[in-house]
Structure formats: structure tokens, C-alpha cells
Design a binder for this molecule. Sequence first.
Ligand SMILES: [Zn+2]
Length: 288
Amino acid sequence: MASEELGPEFFVRLRADLLIIGDSILTDRHHASNGNYDPTDPQNQIGGIIPSFSLSGWLRHGTERVVQEHGATACHPGEVNANFRKEDVYSRDLEAGYHEKGACLDSVDDGCLILDLFGGIGNRPGKIMRRPIQFNPVRSKVDYTRGQAEGHYRRLTRKIASRNPNDGRESLRVVQVDAVANLDGAWYLCFREQKPAFVGLLAEAVRFLNEHQTDFLHQLGGARNFGGGIVDCELINPLYTERELRRVFDRRGEETAAMADKDEQWERDYLPEFRSALSSHIEGRTGG
Ligand SMILES: [Zn+2]
């Protein structure tokens, strides 16, 4: 099988004009502070880390949709015995393409693909490792082969103004949010254990998310009504060398002939194999 030659590492290219991560972004602004740091000064070249929680949820939602498109149900992310505030919503989810989290363990040891990949029940580790993304505004400091990105941190301020004409739009409340603008980078994913169906699912989910990037449901992070989290994404050809991977992000360089050949090879010799492994797995034709 062509697929057996591949390593466990994959990179997804993510491009977004604006990303707001609710759980906040970790910055290294303390390096630049020295007591007089101004978070809104565009001269501040601070980098940071986008935690993987939101990224993982976004990817997971894409994989759930792919599984459902194959006519199967996906593992619900919520524990069955959790005290959901909206019990009726949970049961409605179960009628709309989901099975109870972990119910799949009754029939298959590793559970369904979603549980197997993302883990969850009883400290069961997911077989796909999702790393945070380190970003930096200075492109020469970005190492794409380590899953980093170019990105510009800003703290945005939103004012909620009074609607009463007498107040002259006086601010009722000021909200500050952390944002990364002009993000372009590689998200590093690694399989703890590799199954061809996993690769098929990853490829299909990334394709699905790219096609649905402006759907509210499939935007990433917050401020979705304001265009936050519209993500252009693609699975970077796993056949590329590190040098070729860097070239993907080089605005001056074009794709080399070798890269074009590898793209063709990936589409022709690899992807179909992974896709059919995915279909077979979901339809229960193989255990793999
Ligand atoms: Zn399941």
C-alpha cells in the first residue's frame, strides 16, 4: 500500500484575516513590556500561542460532518451522564447524526473513528495529537516545519453604546478581546497510531471545512458575526520535503516542478486509497 510509506506527521495550512480565541491567546508581551507596554501599538512585535482547544473543536466538528455524510453517526462530545443545562438539546443531537459518547465501544474495541481520534472516555488518549500554534509577526522567525505561523497579535476594544438618544451613544460597556490578524501558517498534527482511515478522514475534514469556511457553524473561534474565524485551509501534501513545505509559504517562490509532480502523485496514488479506507472503516467492512 502506498499509504504505508507515510510518516505520522501532517500539516494543515491555515489562513485567516482575523481570529478571536475565546479562551484567550498566550502572548510573550512581557518580553516587550518593561513597564510601559502599550498593547495597541502596532510597533510591538509580539508573538504568542493559539491554544489548541478551539482548533481541535473546529477540526472535530469537520470530521463529524464527514462521518455523517457517509451515512454514519458521530460520537457526541458530551458525556452521557453530564448534567447538561439543556437536556432536550442533547437528546435532539442524538436524533440528528450523533450517538451517545462511548456507545460505540460496545461493538468495537477502539470505538468509532471520532472517539478513536479525539479520545475522551476514561482518560483515553486521542490518537491524533493536536498542537497549539506558535505565531510571530516576523516571518523570518517562523518555522513552518514546527507548526508555526505568521500572525499579528492585537488587543481589540469593542464598545457597547447606549441606545438612548439623550446619552449621545455613551459607552455602557467596553470589552477587550485578544485577536490574531493575518494569520498564515502550518498547524502540526501527529498520529500516535496511524490508520489509513484516519488520514482519509483528516483529508476529507479539511476539504469540508475549507468548502464551508463561511458557514457560521464551521468558522473558528469567536466574533463570527464580524467575519472572525473564516479559515482557508488545506492539507499540505504529505509527500513534500521540509524544504518544499517552507516553499508553500514563500510569497516570492512558485511551486517547483517536483512539487507539482508530488501533487499529482498524491491525488492519483495516495488520496483514493485513504478515501476508500475511510469508507470501508465507516461502513464496517474492515476493522482497520
Ligand atoms: Zn463513538
